[in-house]
Ligand binder design. Structure first.
Ligand code: CA
Length: 707
């Protein structure tokens, strides 16, 4: 054979390989070397935060500040259930692995959107009553031919990447009677699948577990708060932590400290970083009546990934009692600090400060406010402790107290992006306060009771003048924070205060989904809007970018849900649309168009208000206690309850007591009696009537032109 023929054959073989990549599922042979290579090779999105350093920064430049206006839809797929989509899609070898509501896993051809397989773990729909924030899921991990998903009900499931068939499945919850849930994405480090869980609002004890990626065998488990000191401690770290707790009940309440989202890994230091959640119950005087720091609540903890052995910790909020978890994304970067290059860990959690730690030692290098903060004035960098304000300890004063940030945080879990070349970090800032009030009579009720937070819900939603202040001051922005200079580089105010995760690229771009339904591309250096498109929904999770056969794509999950719906209306709802869950992908010169979702039912007049005021007041308390977490704490449900259709009003009792499990609403027959449901309904009718009176003269349904 002549040389040319050899070349032709080689080209043909390569082309065949590319064609196979385009149509079929692939082995997804991700390993540590490949994840590290992704630091400089932008083709894949192989791990949750793209690489182990979780910077969510892509070196791809095909889409850039000069041409981003040419972005058009490449493909979209609708997911099965109309709930929140918090996924960060993983993309390997031209295949996208994403999760949807109820922990479903989907594999798509990343360039065409062709469905390759789907896996439904068949989560018991009643489980959502044990979830703080709906049946959401933040994504999978991919490692050596397997795809790993943490299901809401606690199962960690390994799937064959080629066909989505389960290979192994383990139950990760230590106590099925407690209200644990998994919404976070697993990470794989050194052949171990790491997974935590959530539930600190409902009375659980936090921990993270490591399973062998091949067999599913449990390798180690690190508890984040001590258990009953009458029993042997699981580790020296727990013996140390127990000295910072007091009283004789914390292990009954659970203590909290769930590891429900962030983990990062430094291969050179061989340190795994976990973010530890808030206290359970919230109020320290119930949890630990003699005070104390309550380790490792609200802490970043460094562990050895081989053994789960404790190395160091930094506690952001000692004795935490504001639902300020240290679970936000932990970005690993190298930074010059006082002229010396340091390996740092950057976290922008609910607390309202940008924290920079030395990630070798855990020493606090800086903590700077980025939004309105009233619980602390700053940090003592020598001791690493916050300087708390007088009013911060509301459980000591026993008075309802307005504090900033709220339990929604100055920035919540929504992914952040960090450009290692410019030192700019991009995240959604939220200025929102909340009233905190302790319930001194609370006792642990077990199960899924919201009373396990030991908060006085009626007091928290009372105080109209404080609520008015909260409403008045509520705002939010996309913030570019200069980590080196410790100040805002630029800031873009948002129409609706909550906004989604961010993505930064070497093309001088930052992408972010806004709560008003727009996906926006900003110039990373100036914040100038370069491209925007309506998605008719919200994008709380992470936008990602990748490349297939030389073509760069930008992808995002769309679906309003999670912790925010009760607090803030989203763009789709305001514009009168329903909320389908979707994945949508754009590329330069894409010719597709995202179809608008179906319209919601027009607002209708509520039934006449006839209830006595005592019953409405009972309804306020019951609503705040049982319904507010999903439908809005005391505001009558900005999401949907003031637009209930006539048939829902007629069947209100059946809906509440029987649930609408496919829609994600559990039944409340164990929590509420028929009279209670009537009182809640009366309260909602009153709310809707008052709102209607207030809106009199305002068109109830946006016209097509206004959308
Ligand atoms: Ca929490």
């Amino acid at each position: 054979m002549r040389m040319n023929a050899w070349i032709s054959l080689a080209v043909a073989v390569l082309a065949w390989g590319a064609a196979a990549a385009a149509i079929g599922a692939r082995p997804a042979d991700v390993d540590a070397a490949r994840i590290r290579r992704a630091e400089t090779d932008g083709r894949d999105w192989p791990s949750h935060g793209r690489t182990y350093s979780e910077q969510r920064y892509s070196p791809l430049t095909q889409i850039n500040d000069g041409n981003v206006a040419r972005l058009g839809l490449a493909w979209t797929q609708t997911l099965d259930y109309e709930r929140g989509v918090e996924t960060t899609p993983i993309v390997v070898d031209g295949v996208m692995y994403a999760t949807g509501p109820w922990s479903l896993v989907y594999a798509f051809a990343a360039d065409t959107g062709k469905p390759l397989w789907k896996f439904d773990p068949q989560v018991d729909r009643e489980r959502s009553i044990r979830a703080c924030c709906g049946p959401v899921n933040r994504g999978v991990a991919v490692w050596q031919g397997k795809v790993y998903v943490g299901a809401l009900d606690g199962r960690l499931i390994a799937l064959d990447a080629r066909d989505g068939k389960p290979v192994w499945s383990v139950q990760t919850f230590i106590d099925l009677t407690r209200s644990y849930t998994i919404t976070g994405a697993p990470r794989v480090v050194k052949g171990k699948v790491l997974i935590g869980n959530g539930g600190a609002e409902l009375g659980v004890r936090g921990y993270v577990s490591a399973y062998d990626a091949g067999s599913g065998k449990l390798k180690w488990r690190f508890f984040t708060v001590p258990g009953d000191p009458g029993k042997p401690f699981e580790s020296p770290a727990m013996a140390m932590a127990a000295k910072t707790w007091s009283g004789d009940q914390w292990w009954t309440w659970g203590g909290g400290g769930t590891v429900w989202d962030a983990m990062s890994y430094d291969p050179e230091l061989d340190l795994l970083y976990i973010g530890v959640g808030n206290g359970s119950p919230w109020s320290r005087n119930k949890r630990s009546p003699g005070g104390g720091d309550n380790l490792f609540l609200s802490s970043v903890v460094a562990l050895r990934p081989d053994s789960g052995e404790y190395v160091w910790h930094f506690q952001l909020a000692p004795g935490e009692q504001w639902d300020y978890p240290a679970t936000a994304q932990m970005v690993l970067a190298d930074l010059p600090v006082d002229g010396v290059r340091r390996k740092v860990l950057i976290q922008v959690p609910k607390h309202g400060f940008v924290y920079v730690l030395d990630r070798k030692t855990g020493k606090l290098l800086s903590a700077d406010k980025f939004t309105k903060v009233t619980w602390a004035t700053g940090y003592d960098l020598k001791t690493g402790r916050p300087q708390e304000t007088e009013e911060a300890d509301y459980t000591r004063t026993g008075k309802p107290t307005l504090l900033y940030p709220s339990m929604l945080g100055g920035h919540n879990w929504n992914p952040i992006a960090y450009n290692p070349n410019t030192g700019l970090a991009y995240f959604g800032e939220l200025q929102a306060g909340a009233i905190y009030a302790v319930d001194n009579n609370a006792t642990f009720r077990g199960g899924n009771s919201r009373f396990n937070m030991a908060q006085n819900f009626p007091a928290m939603v009372g105080a109209p003048e404080l609520q008015a202040q909260i409403e008045r001051e509520r705002r939010g922005s996309l913030m570019a924070w200069d980590v080196r200079a410790k100040k805002v580089a630029w800031q873009v105010e948002q129409k609706l205060p909550i906004s989604g995760g961010t993505l930064a690229t070497a093309g001088n771009l930052v992408f972010q989904g806004a709560a008003d339904g727009r996906l926006v591309a900003y110039a990373a250096d100036s914040g100038k809007v370069l491209w925007e498109i309506t998605t008719y929904g919200s994008m709380p999770g992470g936008t990602v970018t990748y490349s297939v056969r030389g073509q760069q794509y930008v992808a995002v999950g769309i679906g309003w849900g999670g912790a925010f719906p009760g607090m803030f209306a989203d763009g789709a709802v305001l514009a009168g649309y329903t909320n389908p869950s979707r994945i949508a992908v754009w590329r330069l010169d894409g010719q597709g168009k995202l179809p608008p979702p179906a319209l919601r039912q027009a607002k209708v007049a509520p039934p006449p208000m006839t209830a006595p005021i005592e019953r409405v007041m009972l309804g306020v308390t019951l609503f705040a206690t049982h319904c507010g977490f999903c439908h809005g704490p005391g505001f009558g449900g900005k999401q949907d309850l003031d637009t209930m259709a006539p048939d829902i009003h007629e069947n209100f009792s059946a809906v509440v007591l029987g649930g609408r499990v496919n829609a994600g609403m559990p039944s409340f027959h164990e929590q509420l009696k028929a009279d209670d449901v009537q009182a809640i309904h009366d309260f909602l009718i009153m709310q809707a009537t008052m709102r209607k009176a207030k809106e009199a003269g305002v068109p109830q349904q946006a016209t097509e032109a206004q959308r």
